[in-house]
Every structure is written in C-alpha cells, then in structure tokens.
Design a protein around this ligand. Structure first.
Ligand SMILES: [Zn+2]
Ligand SMILES: [Zn+2]
Length: 488
C-alpha cells in the first residue's frame, strides 16, 4: 500500500504548517537517481531544519541536500541525517542567508539500493518564524547535558570577526580565528561561552561548525551591539540586530529593545560605567531612555574591573535600588586568547549560572532567573549558593521572598579560608562573617522591613572581591496580629 503522503511528495508540495512531514518509499528502480521532495516555505521564516530517516537494510544509502526556489543551498551526502539553515548560520555544507518563501526541494540522492530492496524514508521540515526560534532548537541544538546544576562560562569575547587579534604562526599580529577562542575556553574548563563580536553575525556559522567538535562546551551566539552611547550584549542572538539607532532603520533605543523582546535573546548592558569620550568611544552606557524592564542583565565585572569609578557594581546596585530586577553577570571581554601581558584570559571573570540543562535556552533562562554568581577570578571550584527564608518560604538568588519580621540569608561558600562573606542590603554592607574553612555554610539574620533586596559577596583576605552574588528580592509583609493569624 502506498500511503497518501507519498502521493503528496510525488504530486506537489506538502503543506507549509511546521513541521512538515513527508514520507515515501524508494525501490530498486530509484538506484542511482535523484528524488526531489518538495515543500513550501511560508513568509517570515528565519530558520529551516530538516531531518531524514530511512531504512538502511541491504546497504541502501541516501544522500541529502536542498535547493531553494532559485538556487542550490547545500549538500551533506550520506554523512548526516539533519541540517539547519538560518539567516546567519547553517550546518557545515549548507549556505546561510535569506530564506525565500515558495517551493523548496529536499533532494535525495540514491547511490545504492539493490534491485529487490525497498526503503521507507521520512523527511521532516521544521520552520522557525521570526520571534519563535524555539521550534528547531531541540533538533538543531540539543542540550550538551540534560542535568540541572551550576555551569561556569564567559559571556563576552571577540575574535577575527570583529577586533580580536593574536600572534600568527610567524609572530605577526593578525585577526584571530574563532577556533582559537573556543579552544582557549575549553582549555579553561568552561561549560559555556558566548562569542560576542561587534555588530556582526559573521561568527555564527563558525560556532555551528565548531560545536560538534567542542562537545563539552556550549557555544552561544552573541552580538556586542556597539552604539555611540553604549555597548550591550545580545546573548542567544538568532540574527542581525540593527545597531544604527537614530536612522530610519531604528528610530530609537526603544525600537531596538522591542525588536529583541520577541527574539528569546537576552540584552545585557556591557561595562556600563566605563568612561565615554575620546578615550573610549561609546563605551559607557549613557542612553537616557533605557527600558530596564527589557534589560535582563548587567555586566557587573568586565575583565578585571568590578568596583570603583569605572566598575559595574555601583551602576548595577543603583538600578536595583530603583526597583529594576537585573541579573549581574560578567565577561572577560577577551580580544586575544593568548592573553599577552596579563590581559584578561578567557574565563576570567566567570559567570556561574544555575541552569536546568546545559543548553542555549537552559543558560539564557538561568540568567533570566537570576540564580547566578560571579567568580571574579574565574576559578573552577569557588561557589556561592545563597537562599533566604522569611517564614515557610525559601527562595534562591533571583527569587522574590515575602518576608515578615526577619529574613535568614544562608550562604554556602567555597572560597579560600580567611575570606569574608558580606551581607548587602539595598547596596549597603550590613553584616560580615569571616570564613574559617574552604567550604562553609553561614547564616545572616536581618530585618525584612524597608529592605528591597539582599545579596552576599565574598572578599579575599586582601579585600579584593572574589564572589558576587545576585539579589534576593524582598517583599516585606506587615506582621499580622495574633487574632488575624488565628482566623487564617
Ligand atoms: Zn564593549
Ligand atoms: Zn567587547
């Protein structure tokens, strides 16, 4: 019995609702021929992901490739059973770029099927529409680990696709190839990195090529949107972000922020308190109309700079005190993976994220959730797990706690003995406790009243910041009277 779907494949394009599933059968008559499997692509698609499965008995081999309505878009022969093509990146062997609507054709080549053999095949085509990038992620970008836990990474670096340089084989300073950054990140023992070249998406394809080889470190496409009034990382970018604010392309910052809000990416303000002027053009964040409800994170530590006039800590605390909810993160801003002359190596500082899985969405959701700390020196083992309780409820960093009376803030700290943990309330240090052992849990008790947020930081014996915790947001609840308590 030949199913109806085979008739669809032979007679016309399958429907364009994602995913499109087309199945059929190859026979000995298809030996050394090409079979076109058409499908229609609707408007507004930013990624197409195709998988092929077929019956490989009797040494049947099926090659895979694709044509768009006008041109060839790639071929992977018999080596792979899936590919993805986006606006800025594609699987190796495939060509990224505009995805025209209309009739596309998956091309099945059949180098071998025996005369008497039959092979069922199934082609699945998944479309990601603009603003809905999740559909193909599970197919094209499966998690590196499905285990929840703490994952360490670096969220800011540059390579040859913008202004990253390194010494060539003969010692000349040259644009530094992307793989050198990824190699350095893997050698540093990181679980994830975001590569964030200035204003371009040219590195996205390279990341897609490198990811299967670097299978222990998650590679997140990022863009450092570099404007005249500030730099911001778009983490998990799915395509180009027009940075030309003040032109017909992007009227204002709000337009840029709104275009990102639908994309699933995170906007993080980089080195927001850096100087701005002829010494560092556009480096500090001075946009007057920033919508902080559409900003997910602040780069609190950039390279070696956390505190002081140009550090991000005071800028972040000021925004938290205004009532905004922003996750503090960090990035090396590395421009040379060899880190010559003591420049920040990849992985220093590190951002440590509690994530549901080591996947792009897992890390981005983890950052949004705020159960995150910064390891300023980018070690492999320091830990700052903080939670708070104000009655029956207990929440982790990034959480919101309804608290009556007092709050117990519990910090599990792994840091050098002789370090000191500090309780911070609305940006002010309100208590401290020396850490006697390298792995210790301490509890601070503090009044909930008039507190907006509480966090814990750890400083080394020399006073330098080692670990920076994210806030637990406090909703102080008025003490109920005994009578009211009885009634409830
Ligand atoms: Zn920058
Ligand atoms: Zn940068």
């Amino acid at each position: 019995m030949l199913p109806i779907l085979l008739w669809i494949a032979a007679a016309g394009a399958a429907a364009s609702e994602s995913p499109v599933q087309i199945s059929g059968e190859l026979t000995g008559a298809d030996h050394q021929s090409y079979k076109a499997v058409p499908f229609d692509v609707p408007d507004g698609v930013e990624r197409i992901t195709v998988t092929l499965s077929y019956d490989k008995a009797d040494r049947t081999v099926v090659d895979l490739g694709v044509w768009d309505p006008q041109r060839f878009r790639g071929w992977s022969g018999g080596t792979r059973d899936r590919f993805t093509i986006g606006l800025s990146d594609a699987s190796p062997g495939y060509l990224p770029g505009t995805l025209p609507s209309g009739r596309w054709q998956v091309m099945l080549g059949v180098p071998n099927i025996r005369v008497a053999s039959r092979s069922r095949y199934a082609v699945t085509v998944t479309f990601d529409k603009v603003g809905d990038p999740a559909a193909s992620a599970a197919i094209a970008d499966p998690p590196l680990s499905a285990a929840p836990g703490w994952y360490r990474g670096d969220l800011h670096m540059h390579d040859a696709n913008s202004d990253g340089t390194c010494a060539s084989r003969s010692g000349k300073r040259v644009p530094c190839p992307l793989f050198r950054s990824v190699e350095a990140a893997a050698a540093a023992g990181l679980d994830f990195v975001a590569v964030t070249d200035h204003n371009t998406t040219a590195h996205f394809g390279g990341l897609r090529e490198l990811q299967p080889y670097f299978d222990k470190i998650l590679l997140i496409p990022g863009i450092e949107v570099t404007t005249f009034k500030g730099h911001a990382n778009v983490l998990g970018a799915t395509g180009f972000v027009d940075f030309r604010i003040g032109t017909p392309a992007v009227a204002d910052l709000a337009g840029l922020q709104e275009s990102l809000a639908e994309s699933g990416a995170i906007l993080s303000l980089n080195h927001p308190a850096a100087p701005t002027g002829e010494d560092c053009m556009g480096c500090g964040w001075v946009w007057p109309d920033t919508q902080y409800d559409k900003v997910a994170a602040i780069e609190v530590v950039n390279g070696p700079i956390a505190e002081g006039r140009f550090g991000g800590l005071e800028f972040w605390y000021a925004r938290l005190n205004e009532g905004h909810r922003l996750t503090g993160i960090a990035g090396s801003d590395n421009h040379d993976p060899d880190a010559p002359g003591g420049k920040p190596p990849i992985g220093r500082p590190a951002t440590v994220v509690h994530a549901a899985a080591l996947s792009r969405d897992g890390i981005l959701d983890g950052i949004r959730g705020g159960n995150v700390f910064i390891d300023v020196e980018g070690t492999r083992e320091r830990l700052l797990e903080v939670d708070a309780s104000g009655g029956t409820e207990r929440v982790s960093m990034g959480g919101r706690l309804a608290a009556k009376g007092v709050v117990d803030v519990r910090a599990h700290v792994a840091a050098p003995s002789g370090s000191t943990a500090f309780l911070v309330a609305d940006g002010e240090t309100v208590a401290s406790r020396q850490i006697a052992s390298a792995d210790e849990t301490i509890v601070f008790r503090t009044p909930a009243a008039a507190r907006r947020w509480l966090s814990v930081n750890v400083r080394g014996a020399n006073g330098q910041l080692l670990l920076i915790g994210n806030p637990i947001y406090i909703d102080a609840v008025r003490q109920s009277t005994p009578k009211a308590a009885k009634r409830s």
